[in-house]
Design a protein around this ligand. Sequence first.
Ligand SMILES: Nc1ncnc2c1ncn2[C@@H]1O[C@H](COP(=O)(O)OP(=O)(O)OP(=O)(O)O)[C@@H](O)[C@H]1O
Length: 263
Amino acid sequence: MTGPALPPVLAADGLVAGHGDRVVVPALDLAIEAGTITALVGPNGSGKSTLLMTLARVLRARGGVVRLDDVPLGELGSTAIARRLGVLPQTPAAPAGARVREVVEQGRFPQRGAWAMLRRRDDGAIDRALALTGLGDLADRRLEALSGGERQRVWIAMTLAQETGVLLLDEPTTALDVRHQLDLMRLVERLRDEQGMTVVMVLHDLNQAARHADRLVAMREGRVRADGPPDAVLTPATLLDVFDLPAVVVDDPVTGRPMYVAR
Ligand SMILES: Nc1ncnc2c1ncn2[C@@H]1O[C@H](COP(=O)(O)OP(=O)(O)OP(=O)(O)O)[C@@H](O)[C@H]1O
């Protein structure tokens, strides 16, 4: 017997999103199921980051509603949201002179009450996040003394230290070398498999998205043009429709997932 379907972890109903007077996402419906990895893909300027940041309430929705665990975001305080949902923006910033461990510690703030000191549980979460991102040896280094890819891993560690059940990641593999990209994608899969984490991420590498995500949502001009499992979305017709890209699609020889090759 199957019970009633669980509500989606994160849902947008008739969502309108944009910047200033400019509407970027005119009306979008999206429901994200628990324990899944979703990749948002699409050309530059198609509204992926705008959508992701509006789902996280970093940007206010201009119409429609976003629900987190079936509760409208507008009814939740920012601490309640941050305890449930971690977000990695495209260009995070830290105060000058900050050290790696101090930046990762920032991820713990939503989990602590007012006036609370760092507790053992916070230290554990920070150590785990540093270890998962391979930053243990760099913990005392200043952020500005790191390479671009190392710095990107610090932001990922900060988001992981928040220990939320939902992660929204905007281009998390940017600046990472091929080994660290694969490590990060495998880490995301492990978090889904072992902790039931729900992940939505913007990715530019379509083959990476098809390889590691359960679902691809392809956007163009603020609208969803294709949505489904990788083999339904990564097709020559969608590549042409969404990216104006003539391509063939073959099976990835390692995973059997679809893989495109541009013509
Ligand atoms: N802060 C902002 N103020 C005004 N317009 C913005 C702002 N940020 C983005 N835009 C505009 O909104 C549109 C969508 O941008 P968005 O960053 O959401 O696209 P994207 O699909 O994530 O693009 P990319 O792949 O280049 O990161 C673009 O036309 C962009 O110029």
